[in-house]
Design a protein around this ligand. Sequence first.
Ligand SMILES: Nc1nc2c(c(=O)[nH]1)N[C@H]1C(S)=C(S)[C@@H](COP(=O)(O)O)O[C@H]1N2
Ligand SMILES: [Mo]
Length: 406
Amino acid sequence: MKEPRPAWPLPPGQQLAAPGKWPLVGERTPAPPTPASLPDIGNNAATGNDTVVGNDAATGASRAELPRSEPDFLSGNRDAEGWSLRMVGLVDRPQLWTIGQLAELPTVERAIDIHCVTRWSMLDTLWRGVPLRVLLAAAAPQAEARFLSFVSRSPRRHSTSLPLADIERLDPLVAWQWQGSPIPEPHGGPLRLIVPDRYFYKSLKWLETIEVLAEDRLGYWEREAGYHNRADPWREERFVAAGVTRAEAARILRDLALSGLNVLGLDGSHRELDGLRASHAVLRAADFSRSQLRGADFRHANLSGASFREARLAGADFSAADVEGVDFRGADLRGVDFRGASLFGVWLVEETTATRALDGGNAVDVVDGRKTLVDATTRFDPAVWEQLSPAQAAFLTQALGLPPSA
Ligand SMILES: Nc1nc2c(c(=O)[nH]1)N[C@H]1C(S)=C(S)[C@@H](COP(=O)(O)O)O[C@H]1N2
Ligand SMILES: [Mo]
């Protein structure tokens, strides 16, 4: 038996997922095989969400070019599950493997830490698969090869990419087993990519095609939502940059009407924004720290990764919103409605001090002199406990005056 790992240090801004809970992020099912199993090009509208609740706006941005052709011998040849993996592009020997054939290659079982950009982590998850470098060696990349594009057989042909130069160091896995069993389908089974030391959006579910390229082809989140293309959790490479300047943000915020808007990293900090209307807005990584937002309407909004640190939010409505990874430390959350919201990775209290509280100490729920205010008028779904880390759950239990381990 391995010694259990200490849960600290995690990469900055990360916290452990609730014990035994593996959040489902993004697409939930693979797509059925197409006749030639070729990606269809164009007009696959952006329908998915990086969220459990499903409230992302379709952006309709232009598609990056996806693989168009492959040698004839690569069609057909699927295993019982109808799955196969191919490696095409700038390679001397294009490859197609069934999962059975992958399993005959030198496989490894490895414990890998998962860090989702929405701020939850799971340590030491066990994956069995074949190292990507083994597959690359079989296909023999050509001299111009610089990038790998991973394409999913999924409803939106989800994709991501990695530089070829990073493969030796990161040592990603093409995996078909998780904790000794086949990977559950919603989590990418039968075959998914696992990239250690990168945010989990680089770990593509339902991996079907690896294309070797001379130029990078941005993946789905990297292209549609401003996710960082390197995604190193130790450097907090979550998003590339704000979509608008602070001056533009001021203009946008002036009439308090943000409903339906889609802006990355909006700076709405230190402002008087009582009654803000932002339902259905997509405001990933927005900064509303220290703002007045009493009675604000964030219903169905996507606020993943936003900061409401020390914000006055009394009476605000976050129902059915995506608040994954949102920082509410030091905020006034009395009368706030979180029902139907997705709260994975939410911060209500400092993770370190609250973790100590689990060992019988006192939770110190104070940030910069301000206490996070939660009381019986703050409304949560009963299922909220499944979405919070042990430390955050302990704080909420205490703040709501519930008996321990609700
Ligand atoms: N095909 C596909 N792969 C995907 C996604 C997706 O939406 N579609 N989402 C990514 C993101 S953002 C994350 S955090 C992880 C989530 O994996 P999980 O649902 O197994 O937790 O898958 C990644 N791979
Ligand atoms: Mo993610």
